[in-house]
Design a protein around this ligand. Structure first.
Ligand code: G3P
Length: 214
């Protein structure tokens, strides 16, 4: 399973990348707004740090504007994947992008049938938001299972990118289910690293090491 980092904060990206945990990056308008920096500047800097797919989101809602935005974003760097919302004009834009060789990440997916449509339109990635489903008392990870089942049955090329990950269990379940990608916030990546028995083990080894004669 590929690990993408879900942030627009370049320091967070550097920190995770230095640990070898970053195969790609996903951003969204809210994450970019948090940085307080201009969108293109942030995206360009991310492309310099990570050599992998970098999702940059289109913020238009009509086909023509979305497509113009997709073309402009894709021209920033060959690693750019254009994030497009799962609405009718978005699907139309995904289809055109696929014909033009522009990779897309269809975002704000909350049902398996939406994911089926995205795959039929030619999406490179589908982003089901598991945490936001959990927030409204739905089992977010069940959606991942349903999408994988459908995509496998029909041999779609679209990759399942588990998004809105909030905790290590989401990552564990995504990996066990065989999801292609998990996009993970730095906080959760660091939670995955830590184990109390590792910390206790290090402490004991350090103490014992002091008893070893020099
Ligand atoms: O980038 C999309 C997604 O990962 C957002 O996560 O936590 O805002 O639901 P969240």
């Amino acid at each position: 399973m590929l690990f993408f980092i879900d942030t627009a904060d370049v320091e967070e990206i550097r920190q995770a990348n230095d640990m070898g945990l970053v195969d790609g990056v996903t951003t969204n308008p809210s994450l970019v707004a948090k940085t307080g920096r201009p969108f293109k500047e942030v995206i360009q800097e991310i492309c310099e740090i990570v050599d992998g797919p970098i999702s940059a989101e289109a913020v238009s809602l009509t086909y023509d504007e979305m497509l113009a935005e997709a073309r402009s974003l894709a021209s920033i760097h060959p690693n750019i994947v254009v994030k497009i919302p799962l609405v009718p004009d978005g699907l139309r834009c995904v289809r055109t992008c696929a014909q033009e060789g522009i990779r897309t990440n269809v975002t704000l997916c909350f049902s398996a049938t939406q994911a089926l449509l995205a795959a039929k339109a030619g999406a490179t990635y589908i982003s089901p938001f598991v945490g936001r489903l959990d927030d409204i008392s739905h089992q977010g990870m069940d959606l991942i299972g349903e999408i994988l089942e459908i995509y496998t049955a029909y041999d779609f090329d679209t990759q399942v990118l588990v998004a809105s990950i909030r905790n290590p269990l989401h990552v564990l379940e995504a990996a066990r289910m065989g999801a292609h990608v998990a996009t993970i916030p730095l906080k959760v990546m660091l939670q995955l690293v830590r184990h109390p028995l590792t910390d206790r083990g290090i402490e004991a080894f350090m103490k014992d090491w002091e008893k070893v004669p020099s």
